[in-house]
Design a protein around this ligand. Structure first.
Ligand code: GLV
Length: 325
C-alpha cells in the first residue's frame, strides 16, 4: 500500500507523530475538546485507519460511515469503547496499549487510596480556605494504611502492581479473580486467593482492576457494598460502570463504607452529583495513567500498531486476531 490515510482523534505526542508522519498521511484532531460524534464520523469517513481515544465509539455506525477503515488503534488498554464483534465481522483489526501503563496506574490507585484514607483533599481545602485555626488532636483523623488488608479485585498486571506496592506498608494482600494466579506470583506478592464475599468482608481497602465487560457491569453494587466493613475504602481506577455510582453514593452517605477514591465514572464526563457533594470521596477525572512518560508510550504504541499493520506485519497488540488475514 502507498501511504495510508489516517485519522488520529488527538494530536498525540511529538514522538508518535514523528513515527506516523514518516509513513502515513495523518489528519490530527487539533482542538482541545473531544470531537463531537458528527465531527468524528465526518473526518473518519474517507480514511484507511483510525487512531482513537477511549472517548470515541467504534461501532456499526462508524464502520458503515468509514468503509475503508481497516484498523482501529485505541490509545488505551481498555477497549470497551469498541464493538469487537462489529469490527471482527468487517475484518477491522483492533489494537490496544497493554503493559506500558501498569505501573503508572498502580501508582495512582495508591494515590487515591492514600488520599481517601488520610483525608488529603479535606486538608488541602482547609489550608486554602483560610479557616485553619491550628493543630488539634482530633483534626481530620483518617484511617491507617500500614498493616491493613488490601483486597485486589482483578489480579492481572495492574492489580499485581498495586499489590506489590503494599509490601512497603506491611499490608496483608488478598485477591479475587476469575483465574487464580500461579503459586509463584502469590508467593512473591504474599497474596492469598479468596472469593469475592470473603474479600469484601475482610479488606480494609478494596481496589478494582477488572476490565469492563458484561460480567463486570455494576460488579460493585449496593449488596456488595453492604458486605464491606464500615471502616473500609473503595478505590476504582478500572472503568466507571464497574461500580454502581448511585449505590456508592448511598453507601458513602450512610456510612456503609468509610470512603472512596474514584478516578473513573459511570457516564464520563458527567460525575454523579451526589458523589460531588460528599467529603468522604476523592474524585479525579480518569487520569490514572496520565504521566507524560506513560501517555507518550501509549501514543507511540498505537502508532507502532498501525505502522506494523500497514507494513504487512501482525500488529503487536491485536485484540481480535480473527480479523487478520
Ligand atoms: C485507560 O483508562 C486505559 O484503558 O488505558
Amino acid at each position: 500500500m502507498s501511504r495510508p490515510s489516517l485519522l488520529a482523534t488527538h494530536p498525540l505526542f511529538p514522538e508518535a507523530r514523528t513515527l506516523l508522519n514518516a509513513r502515513c498521511d495523518v489528519e490530527y484532531w487539533q482542538r482541545p475538546e473531544r470531537p463531537s460524534r458528527a465531527e468524528f464520523l465526518k473526518q473518519v469517513a474517507p480514511k484507511d485507519g483510525v487512531i482513537c481515544l477511549l472517548t470515541e465509539k467504534i461501532d456499526k455506525e462508524m464502520l458503515a460511515a468509514a468503509p475503508k477503515v481497516r484498523i482501529a488503534a485505541n490509545v488505551a488498554v481498555g477497549y470497551d469503547n469498541i464493538s469487537l464483534p462489529d469490527c471482527t465481522s468487517r475484518k477491522v483489526v483492533v489494537t490496544n496499549t497493554p503493559g506500558v501503563l501498569d505501573e503508572t496506574t498502580a501508582d495512582f490507585a495508591w494515590t487515591l487510596l492514600m488520599c481517601a484514607a488520610r483525608r488529603v483533599e479535606e486538608g488541602e481545602a482547609l489550608c486554602r480556605s483560610g479557616q485553619w485555626a491550628g493543630w488539634n488532636l482530633d483534626q481530620l483523623c483518617g484511617g491507617d494504611v500500614w498493616g491493613k488488608t488490601l483486597g485486589v479485585v482483578g489480579f492481572g498486571r495492574i492489580g499485581r502492581a498495586v499489590a506489590r506496592r503494599s509490601r512497603g506498608f506491611g499490608m496483608k494482600v488478598i485477591y479475587t479473580d476469575a483465574i487464580r494466579a500461579p503459586e509463584g506470583v502469590e508467593h512473591e506478592l504474599g497474596a492469598r486467593y479468596v472469593d469475592m464475599d470473603t474479600l469484601l468482608a475482610s479488606a480494609d481497602f478494596v481496589t478494582l482492576h477488572v476490565p469492563m465487560m458484561a460480567g463486570t457491569h455494576h460488579l460493585i453494587n449496593a449488596e456488595r457494598l453492604k458486605k464491606m466493613k464500615p471502616t473500609a475504602y473503595l478505590v476504582n481506577t478500572a472503568r466507571g460502570p464497574v461500580v454502581d455510582n448511585e449505590a456508592l453514593y448511598q453507601a458513602l452517605k450512610a456510612g456503609t463504607i468509610a470512603g472512596a477514591g474514584i478516578d473513573v465514572h459511570e457516564q464520563e464526563p458527567k460525575i454523579h452529583a451526589g458523589l460531588v457533594s460528599l467529603k468522604n470521596v476523592v474524585l479525579t477525572p480518569h487520569i490514572a495513567s496520565a504521566s507524560v512518560e506513560t501517555r507518550t508510550k501509549m501514543a507511540c504504541m498505537a502508532a507502532e500498531n498501525v505502522l506494523a499493520f500497514f507494513g504487512g506485519q501482525r500488529p503487536p497488540n491485536v485484540v481480535n486476531p480473527e480479523a487478520l488475514g
